[in-house]
Design a protein around this ligand. Structure first.
Ligand code: NAD
Length: 275
């Protein structure tokens, strides 16, 4: 089986997703060519994502992953959305099914599968989610599916916090509430860009973390963010952002090909690439 897929987004040069797909396809005796369509390199504005989709569809691609800043813009160009994508109002995977373009969201299933794999039995009584952007809303949706009892959503932008909290009947907060929320939490998910090279640090006081709490990070470049390091040293169970990054690719692989990839092998490949 030979197929062509790709990634549409801005600044996607360092993405590890192409390598994950191509290696796993080869392991399964298939041939995948995974191309980057970087808006910055192509000098295409994000609003033209529909034209890019038409182009790759006419060239016989099996589908594309879509990332920042096109996850919502792409919605207008799709014929159908799966329930996750519809509820979230965001798509990161498009599959061309005959003449139809179908949108999926594997960020949300990716977080769900990653936490099931690496944080089984995580207590979901009182969870604090810091960051209510694209990743945060996918995580909130996954936590809702997993049965979170109480979700406090914190963002510097009150409208974003309120919109994401509404997804799961949670409460919306600003950063000033964090000390009190963290003290009482069973688990914490961090979903702001803080911890990436361009945004160093942790957006809350890590001395508030207790060993009984679990901490999930969504940032995965670097994998060992200051939050991951601090939470481990304080004895918390920790989930890095790598699991979500791999499982979104696992789920997209299945949507593109109909073939179940070996998730454990893809996790090992990811580890090799980042370490
Ligand atoms: P985004 O810009 O859509 O959202 C970030 C949100 O964080 C915004 O709502 C912003 O207001 C909020 N924020 C920023 N600083 C804050 C602070 N100090 N306190 C509270 N809120 C704050 O970004 P995104 O697409 O959601 O990405 C966030 C991070 O997640 C990035 O590092 C990205 O690379 C990573 N990510 C990882 C995966 C994965 O598979 N692991 C998937 C998607 C995104």
């Amino acid at each position: 089986m030979r197929y062509l897929v790709g990634l549409i987004g801005s600044g996607i040069g360092p993405s590890l997703t192409p390598a994950l797909h191509e290696r796993e396809a080869a392991e399964l005796g298939m041939h995948c060519e995974y191309r980057r369509l970087d808006l910055d390199v192509l000098r295409v504005p994000a609003r033209d994502v529909g034209r890019l989709l038409d182009r790759v569809r006419s060239q016989g691609w099996a589908g594309v992953n879509v990332t920042h800043p096109c996850k919502q813009l792409v919605l207008a160009h799709l014929d159908e959305l799966d329930p996750d994508a519809r509820e979230l109002g965001a798509v990161n995977t498009v599959v061309f099914d005959g003449s139809r373009a179908v949108g999926h969201n594997t960020d949300t299933t990716g977080f769900q599968r990653s936490s099931a794999r690496f944080l089984p039995d995580a207590e979901l009584d009182r969870v604090v989610l810091v960051g209510a952007g694209g990743a945060g809303s996918a995580v909130a949706h996954a936590l809702g599916r997993a049965g979170v009892s109480s979700l406090a959503v914190v963002d510097v932008d009150p409208a974003r916090a309120a919109a994401v909290a509404a997804v799961v009947g949670g409460s919306a907060h600003g950063p000033a509430d964090l000390p009190e929320l963290l003290t009482d939490a069973t688990g914490i998910v961090h979903a702001t860009p803080t911890g990436m090279a361009a945004h160093p640090g942790v957006p809350f006081d890590v001395s508030l973390l207790r060993p009984a709490q679990w901490v999930a990070e969504v940032v995965y470049r670097p994998l060992e963010t200051p939050l991951v390091v601090a939470a481990r040293s304080r004895g918390c169970r920790v989930l890095t952002g790598g699991g979500m990054a791999v499982f979104q690719a696992v789920d997209a692989f299945r949507w593109f090909t109909g073939v179940e990839p070996d998730a454990e092998r893809m996790l090992r490949h990811f580890e090799e690439m980042v370490r």
